[in-house]
Design a protein around this ligand. Structure first.
Ligand SMILES: Nc1nc2c(ncn2[C@@H]2O[C@H](COP(=O)(O)OP(=O)(O)OP(=O)(O)O)[C@@H](O)[C@H]2O)c(=O)[nH]1
Ligand SMILES: [Mg+2]
Length: 491
């Protein structure tokens, strides 16, 4: 029996144990100022917002999605220029930009307001001159999460600096939002390599795969979003994808951003388009070029057309005019229709469920990764005991077992019979980590009922865990679910 059980105190949680290990590691490196300050920064991060890397293919819409998630126009998004350096968007009471060289020297760039133009100019620096930009913004959207945009996977910046810069960002992020328009071999390889690190093998890095720019799926017309949903479903069922990404969903960041910025003037312009006969309108919007170069109606100049297209995309313009033509096109309704099309709310919910609710485990994972890196890069005599502690935390924490079993269930490596599969996924936290969600109960369920249902689940999974008819893989899986049930009972 553990000492905690004797005293009746709750044993320290995983994050608390990881934090204690980090502090002990710091005492070993007191005489090495660089390592010590690096570790101190990691310690401070535990109490800062969760760090999410927004990575993926070049031009997959990373910057646009960051703006949509933050609800502000910060990240420069362009059709031609590429984001070349790691750019961190974090909460700060005053707007501030700090540029870091590859050797870690920081330079404060004076700014009074933040705009994509200023950030774009700094991003044009060569990666060997500026390795990272840190943008402090008072946007409320950054209070709970910090977003880190990396150069696109397989972009020239990543090729120049090798994959190490990208790999480093992934070791610094607590979770990953990976964007791609169509999953491809390169994406799978990238996600696979991110999971090959020792810590990641034991404690898989939480990843959401977003099929981005979803409004352009197929021909990019009104059936784009249903088509994107279908593609997402196919990938969700693809074992190789599912073993790396816990969640696959379509998103159109541009529409999310447009929903936030749509103005009454925009609606007036769209209403002019909506007055055209349906066939003419459809023809006009067959391609972006046709729309911009047309003089129908004459009152809309090319610059306005270009601006509308840039901000709403062809799908957004078409959908908004159709809604107006159908009589339901006031500003409020258009905004909510664009927001619904963007699927931004679904993505935000997934980020909440998969990342924010699991933040204790995710932060603990990041801390362990940092300790591991230091112990490897700079081994010290006497540090064996730290390594032992590290191995113990990595091996024993139930949180990793949950994540790994979920991955195995998702990838089809382990398959439980019939309804047990979904029940197990739910209990392991696939649909949210809160007690109620794990037990599949509503928010109005009483504490007594929660306890009853947790007790029933416990009995059921104990039977499965000891069922001689099951093979050892299934019994082992059932044992992991059983431990999750025990924790639900403990509250
Ligand atoms: N239709 C549509 N276009 C989008 C969407 N998201 C981004 N775009 C467009 O795609 C282009 C690239 O968008 P960015 O947000 O800069 O993409 P990125 O991944 O940050 O690009 P890099 O950092 O340069 O690799 C821009 O022209 C955007 O307007 C979207 O959801 N729908
Ligand atoms: Mg970008």
């Amino acid at each position: 029996m553990s000492p905690a059980a004797h005293t009746g105190e709750a044993p320290p949680g995983l994050l608390q144990q990881a934090r204690a290990l980090l502090i002990r590691t710091m005492t070993f490196y007191r005489d090495d100022p660089r390592t010590a300050s690096w570790l101190r920064e990691r310690l401070e991060r535990i109490d800062e917002p969760l760090r999410i890397a927004v990575t993926g293919r070049v031009k997959s819409g990373k910057s646009t999605l960051i703006n949509a998630l933050v609800g502000a126009d910060l990240a420069p998004s362009d059709a031609e220029e590429r984001t070349q350096v790691n750019t961190v968007y974090q909460y700060g009471p005053e707007p501030r930009i700090t540029a870091y060289t590859p050797h870690g020297a920081a330079q404060n760039v004076p700014v009074s307001t933040l705009d994509p133009g200023t950030i774009r100019d700094l991003q044009r620096w060569r990666p060997d001159e500026v390795a990272r930009l840190v943008i402090d913004s008072p946007s409320p959207g950054l209070q709970a999460i910090t977003l880190i945009e990396t150069p696109g996977v397989s972009s020239s910046a990543v090729k120049e600096t090798g994959r190490s810069a990208l790999a480093q960002i992934l070791t610094e992020a607590d979770a990953v939002l990976y964007l791609t328009r169509h999953p491809h071999q390169t994406d799978i390889q990238f996600l696979q390599s991110a999971h090959e690190l020792q810590v990641a093998r034991r404690a898989p890095i939480n990843t959401i795969l977003a099929l981005s720019r979803a409004d352009e799926t197929g021909s990019g017309s009104s059936d784009a979003m249903p088509a994107a949903d279908k593609v997402a479903r196919q990938y969700r069922d693809e074992p190789r994808v599912r073993s790396f990404a816990q969640y696959v969903l379509p998103v159109a960041g541009l529409l999310g951003q447009a929903a936030a910025t749509l103005s009454a003037q925009d609606v007036d312009v769209l209403a002019e388009l909506a007055r055209l006969p349906a066939e003419e309108r459809e023809n006009l919007l067959l391609s972006a070029d046709r729309f911009v170069n047309s003089t129908t109606p004459e009152t809309i100049p090319a610059a306005t057309r270009q601006d509308l297209l840039r901000r709403l995309g062809r799908f957004g313009v078409e959908h908004a005019t159709t809604l107006i033509a159908g009589g339901s096109g006031d500003l409020k309704k258009l905004r909510s229709a664009l927001l619904a099309d963007s699927r931004l709310n679904d993505l935000q919910e997934a980020v909440h469920q998969q990342f924010v609710e699991r933040q204790e485990a995710l932060r603990a994972r990041s801390v362990l990764m940092a300790v591991d890196m230091v112990l490897r890069a700079n081994p010290r005599s006497g540090a064996q005991q730290l390594r032992g502690e590290f191995e113990r935390l990595l091996a024993n924490a139930h949180e990793w077992d949950e994540l790994r079993l979920l991955s195995a269930l998702h990838s089809g490596q382990v398959r439980l019979p019939g309804r047990e599969q979904e029940a197990a996924e739910r209990l392991l936290g696939a649909f949210g980590s809160q007690r109620r969600t794990r037990l599949g109960l509503g928010t109005d369920t009483s504490e007594a009922e929660l306890a009853d249902r947790a007790g029933e689940a416990l009995v059921r999974w104990r039977l499965l865990a000891t069922d001689p008819m099951q093979d050892s893989v299934h019994r082992e899986a059932a044992r992991t679910v059983l431990r999750s049930c025990e924790r639900l009972i403990a509250g």
